[in-house]
Design a protein around this ligand. Sequence first.
Ligand SMILES: [Ca+2]
Ligand SMILES: [Zn+2]
Length: 548
Amino acid sequence: MSYKILLFLLLAVGCSGAQNGGEDDIFIRVNQAGFKPGDIKTAIVFTDSDLSGTKFFIIDKIADAPVFTDRIKKLNTKFGDFKFSYEVDFTDVKDEGKYYIKIKDSVSPQFSINNKVYDGLTADLLKFFSVQRCGYTNPFMHKVCHIADVTSIRIGADTLKKTHDATGGWHDAGDYGKFLNTTAFSTYMLLAAYEFAPEKFCMDRNNNNVSDLLEEAKIGLDWLMRADYENKAFITQVQDEKDKTVGWRMPSADPLGFNRPGFVGIGKNLIGVYVAALSIGSRIWDKTLNYKSYSDKLKKTAIHFYAMKDDVSDIDSSGTGYYRDADYNGKLALAAVELYQTTGESNYLDDAKRYAEIAGAESWWGWGNMAAFADYKIARYDSSFTDLLRKSLEHYKEHSEKRTFGEGVDLYWGSNMTLLGVSLTNLLYQRLTGDNTFAKLARIHEDYVLGRNQWGVSFVCCHGERYAAHLHHQIGFFNNGKLPGGFAGGPVMKSVYGDLKLEYKTPDSFSKFQTKDAYYRDDFVDYITNEPTISGNATAIFVFGNLK
Ligand SMILES: [Ca+2]
Ligand SMILES: [Zn+2]
């Protein structure tokens, strides 16, 4: 009797066992989107029963037969009140197919192994941006909206009864506000993804011979140009808190559609990210798209605003309190190195190094923390800046090793973006050094957002067997929660909620997996953990697009 047949007989009873834990309540958490054949492949198991020495099986879903077995490995970390945590490693399974993991009578959700596993995921993450489109931008899943942005101007305490053309761009997240900080961040990340690996981002679903990624980025660039307020400041925010008081509605039916103030402000932080986006845009529209006049306009505006940096406040404080940066140095470093790449003028590179040294190794990624990208760019001219990336990765690794699910950072608002920042940093570091030291660290962060987490949820709709299906999103709400490519904000420490008491519409199906360190709800009302954002999607596009 062959080994394989023996395995099959041993497994013949209970092959269709209960999902997410059988009689022994063994919970298996795995990336549900799947792996490429050469990837490091692991899953996490937690339970109250001692499984020492127990074997796990990788089952081919179609043949309903085991293809691989090994013993589970005990972890030294504990998760919540569960007594035991284990890891299973099935890196050696390389044949393309659909699989699930089986331990005793418990089975994991299914996952794929194939070379195209991230193609559809990346395309959907990008599709989300076309849902976010505002104004006359050919939006997806809704009609043209907010055609009069902005209908008044707010400067400090004053309201001016005048309009300014800030139409277009993207709604920032689940509601209908628009922000300069995150629009510039997201535009930058889309363009940086293209520049980093153009061959991976040439997707052209609308068959017009232009990368869909660049078409989407131009929606951002166009809006950023319109957010230039009289060459001296920016429209930093469109719409205020009343946006969140009128309930669920499609954007074209927004009762506040003709009552959308624009806040005016400027700061070193905003100049940094704004100039970075325009500067990289000017190179791509010149060299790749041969649109010289547009490129020149972007470059001229970028140079103009960068020159204002010493005459403005450090951190812009206009608007109603969202997306306020803690520091500006990483962003100015990025602006300066981008201007150096665009113009070749060495004073910009000197500035970039100075700002990046002050910013240091941030060990954080998000709309407020872009220093890692500045370090990567500067390191191409001065390799000593590679050290800052390695320092951040070492910091993430140390944090990760103390956690069952391997999170490299504590979980704050926007955690999924920050977690993917670990992978992003590793991509940049690998490109510079060829060093694979942090490959598994990066891998488990990608796995985390796709299901290798305590809830067993893929945070990208609608990828995986169990995914974020009730995102806090106005348009998703009218589509039964389905928002293709919507990427949930991510779990947070319970303390992040503070005194906020959300009135959930559904009971907590995850109650036994919630901890004070990590809390997540798949419920429409949860705008803390279940709201998708353009910044989160832009980061995810960079990471998963590069894994293609
Ligand atoms: Ca196209
Ligand atoms: Zn709109």
